[in-house]
Write a protein of this length. Structure first.
Length: 130
C-alpha cells in the first residue's frame, strides 16, 4: 500500500498557503461587509482602509513563493483605493477575491502534486552503499 508524504519545501509552501487562506477569508468578510454597507448607503472609506491593512501583509507573504497570486492581491488593493462608482468597486472586489481563492486552491493542489514523495510500506529502496 502506498502512502503519500510531502517533502520539506512542500510543507513550507503548504504552511504559507494555509496562512494565506485564513487571511483571505478575513479579507472576504471585510468585502462582504463593505457590500452590505453600500446597500445601506453607508460610507465605504473605513472598509477601504481595512482592505489595505488586511491585504498588504498577505500580498507580501505570497509574493515570495506565489508571485502571481501576490500580484492579484496588489491589484485588489489598487481597486479598493481608486475612484469610481462604489457599486462597480464592490463588484470588482468580489470578483478579485473569488479569483484569488480559486488560485490558492489550485496552488495547494499543485504543491501536493509536485512535492509528494511515494513510499511503499514494508519495502525499502537500495541503501546508499549499494
Amino acid at each position: 500500500m502506498a502512502t503519500q508524504k510531502i517533502d520539506g519545501a512542500g510543507l513550507a509552501k503548504l504552511e504559507t498557503l494555509e496562512h494565506a487562506v485564513k487571511d483571505i477569508q478575513r479579507l472576504n468578510t471585510i468585502i462582504e461587509r463593505m457590500a452590505q454597507a453600500h446597500r445601506a448607503s453607508q460610507p465605504l472609506l473605513p472598509f477601504r482602509q481595512q482592505i489595505h491593512r488586511a491585504a498588504t501583509p498577505v500580498a507580501s507573504l505570497l509574493k515570495i513563493q506565489f508571485g502571481p497570486i501576490g500580484d492579484m492581491l496588489t491589484n485588489l488593493i489598487l481597486v479598493s483605493t481608486r475612484g469610481g462608482s462604489d457599486q462597480q468597486k464592490v463588484r470588482l472586489l468580489r470578483e478579485s477575491i473569488a479569483q484569488i481563492r480559486v488560485q490558492l486552491e489550485m496552488a495547494e493542489a499543485r504543491v501536493l502534486k509536485d512535492h509528494s514523495l511515494k513510499e511503499e510500506d514494508g519495502e525499502k529502496g537500495p541503501s546508499p552503499g549499494e
